[in-house]
Write a protein that binds this ligand. Structure first.
Ligand code: GDD
Ligand code: MN
Length: 358
């Protein structure tokens, strides 16, 4: 098997036969000669979709498989993950079951994938001459564009080469996906894949068509799922980073206390404590926060040098800034310290995500 086509379905009875027909026709074109393919429907329907799939499978010229789930675990995203597991090929193409994703694009996606230099080919509404005219109304166009912009702003590096991280139409090498790290919730499975692991990505523009039949399952609830997903994906790292920073601050105080207790000079104790916690923090951050980004970043010593330099510069700069704030801003030393610590924390996080682990 060369290609597994995974189609999540939720009440798409009037669409499956037409989808299989158009996929079959596309696979008969010269470009797809010799490509062994299967279609896997991962279905959560409450209507007659499973019957429609079984009926079309009986007369299809390629294997058409049905995985019917009783629990809708993870929704659309969970269904796609189950498709990855069940697929007979490593090349897994994911597309919707309502023909908004034109099957005629499959050869182009497959050809791009076959060049072998990428793990993922994204069919994009926002690249080249792609369009999103199948989005039902102006509100959805706006929501789609705004959420895409927001998402790209939150993942400037990971989504650098991806114009449409929310598309449901893509071809991925399932070996490049780490299923254990994914927490699919609802519609945005591609975003989950892209945000969790760095991938080599190519894009192919496509026209997002009108639905063949039936209605979209997108909803306000899906929108909320998306926002929590985005928060978890982005601030999951940041909150971990904060916890490690907090532990470092506590360790710092304990070391100063212990050293001065045995008679070490206060300044020496403070320097030792700072350097020990800076190194400790780096090791923890390497291991727990940016472990998935180490592969694409510079070598460990170069990462350490950047992190070490930044933290020491921060240490040197922060004290005069506190003094400046107190003398010119008429605020208390405690408040000035709190403000500079907060700003330093954000800068440190941004610096580590954009520079150290870039
Ligand atoms: N198995 C399963 N379980 N399938 C589902 C579920 C579910 O809970 N919810 C939706 N689906 C299936 C639908 O039956 C359809 O085949 C596909 O997932 C997409 O659902 P639609 O209801 O057609 O969504 P849409 O057209 O509004 O949004 C799609 O296109 C957007 C733009 O490309 C989705 O693919 C979005 O993720 C995508 O952003
Ligand atoms: Mn749709």
């Amino acid at each position: 098997m060369h290609l597994s086509i995974i189609v999540p379905t939720y009440n798409e009875a009037p669409n499956v036969a037409e989808l299989v027909r158009r996929v079959t026709e596309t696979l008969r074109t010269p470009a797809m000669q010799g490509v062994d393919a299967e279609i896997i429907f991962v279905d959560d329907s409450t209507d007659a979709t499973p019957d429609a799939i079984v009926a079309v499978a009986a007369s299809a010229s390629l294997p058409v498989r049905l995985i019917h789930r009783d629990k809708r675990t993870g929704g659309l995203g969970g269904a796609v993950m189950e498709g990855f597991e069940a697929a007979h090929a490593d090349a897994c193409l994911v597309m919707d079951g309502d023909l908004q994703h034109p099957p005629e694009k499959i050869p182009e996606l497959y050809a791009r994938f076959q060049r072998g230099d990428v793990d993922l080919v994204v069919a994009s509404r926002y690249a080249g001459d792609g369009t999103s005219k199948g989005l039902a109304d102006g509100t959805r166009v706006l929501v789609s564009k705004a959420s895409t912009a927001l998402t790209k702003a939150m993942f400037p590096i990971r989504l650098k080469d991806v114009s449409d991280p929310m598309t449901g139409f893509f071809l991925v090498d399932r070996r490049a996906v780490e299923p254990g790290t994914l927490q699919p919730r609802g519609f945005k499975i591609l975003l989950e894949i892209l945000a969790r692991k760095s991938m080599r990505v190519a894009e192919v523009p496509f026209d997002f068509a009108d639905r063949h039949a039936g209605e979209s399952k997108a909803s306000v609830r899906q929108g909320l799922h998306f926002l929590t997903q985005l928060t978890a994906l982005r601030f999951g790292k940041m909150s971990l980073f904060a916890v490690i920073g907090g532990l470092g601050a506590i360790a710092n105080v304990v070391i100063v206390w212990a050293l001065t207790h045995v008679g070490v000079n206060y300044v020496v104790a403070a320097v030792v404590a700072s350097e020990v916690t800076i190194i400790g923090n780096f090791l923890l951050i390497e291991r727990f926060v940016f472990q998935d980004m180490r592969g694409q970043a510079s070598g460990v010593w170069s990462r350490f040098a950047k992190s070490f330099t930044f933290n020491n510069a921060e240490l040197l700069v922060r004290i005069p800034v506190v003094a400046l704030l107190v003398s010119t801003g008429h605020i208390t030393a405690v408040l000035a310290t709190a403000i500079t610590l907060a700003v330093a924390f954000v800068l440190r996080f941004v610096f580590h995500s954009l520079v150290v682990y870039a």
